[in-house]
Ligand binder design. Structure first.
Ligand SMILES: [Zn+2]
Length: 302
């Protein structure tokens, strides 16, 4: 079990909202132990805690909200915070969307690492999966299974011949997150862009913040950052979406064609079944509780 962490100092950034197309200012501030990640809509005076009850929309991006006040496209920032184990941050936003930056988590990772991260005087609680939780719908699938580590196994399958089928299995830790996942950009198809923009979505989308794909290949001039960048971005989204659980995750996440909606449903299903998980928190007892859970899981062959 590790200590909680926060930032050494504040970070200010400005960017474009992917869906609104509006310029937005954002500031990340250090916060006390057990504060968690909390968004503050400075223009409305409303705090929105990062927790599953506050996920109000999962169409194309993950949106948090409280009392009708929303903050859109939080997943790439949340992914960077989880990937670098930064637990306590107040994110002040002067607008309703987190800037999309380059469509990946890399700019956040750069800003967080250059500002610096400090350990705090409290342990971070862990969530252990005690029995599998699965969700399946419309040919899509996601599951959380017991594991001592946080592992993500993702497959995607697109009709588009350039993307086709891609899969990846990766253990998520600070190092693998930064090197293998954080740079993977979001992506979209030229055929969908007209439709999205007609519905006031992806208004800020451009070749600077997304990989755009048509039937022949990628439209962007810059090459892919990883050969299978598409499935790696799915992992980036999964890390951001699952970070909403609020604990260090000890689980094997398995998914086929997952998305923000399926991830939200998976978290709800997990929390509905008190026997499916255990929160390990007290540093004085965590070793005893943890090994007891593991001994019983191994005995039952799960
Ligand atoms: Zn994404």
């Amino acid at each position: 079990m590790r200590k909680q962490r926060t930032l050494k100092g504040p970070i200010k950034a400005t960017g474009i909202g992917l869906h609104t197309g509006k310029k937005v200012e954002i500031q990340l501030n250090p916060a006390d132990v057990n504060h968690g990640v909390v968004f503050y809509r400075a223009d409305k005076g409303v705090y929105i805690e990062v927790k599953s009850e506050n996920v109000v929309d999962t169409t194309l991006a993950t949106t948090l909200g409280k009392n009708g006040i929303m903050i859109k496209t939080v997943e790439h920032l949340l992914s960077a915070l989880y990937g670098l184990h930064i637990d306590n941050v107040l994110v002040t936003v002067w607008g309703d969307e987190v800037p999309i930056m380059d469509g990946s988590s890399a700019p956040w990772v750069y800003l967080l690492k250059t500002t610096g991260i400090i350990e705090q005087n409290a342990y971070k609680k862990e969530i252990i999966i005690k029995k599998p939780v699965r969700i399946k719908e419309d040919g899509k699938f996601a599951a959380l299974l017991p594991s001592r580590k946080f592992e993500v196994h993702c497959s995607i399958h697109f009709d588009n011949t350039f993307i086709g089928k891609q899969k990846i299995s990766i253990e998520i830790n600070e190092n693998t997150f930064m090197k293998e996942i954080s740079k993977a950009r979001t992506f979209g198809f030229t055929k969908d862009i007209e439709y999205l923009q007609a519905h006031d979505l992806a208004l800020g989308g451009s070749l600077d913040n997304a990989i755009v794909v048509d039937e022949y290949g990628i439209v962007n001039e810059d090459p892919l950052r990883y050969e299978n960048e598409f499935v790696r971005h799915k992992v980036l989204d999964v890390v951001g979406d699952l970070s909403i659980i609020g604990y260090d995750i000890k689980a094997r996440y398995l998914a086929y064609k997952s998305g923000h909606d399926l991830n939200k449903k998976l978290i709800s299903k997990l929390f509905e079944d008190k026997e499916a998980y255990e929160i390990v928190g007290n540093p004085n007892t965590e070793k005893i509780v943890g090994s007891f859970v593991w001994a019983s899981l191994e005995k039952s062959g799960k």
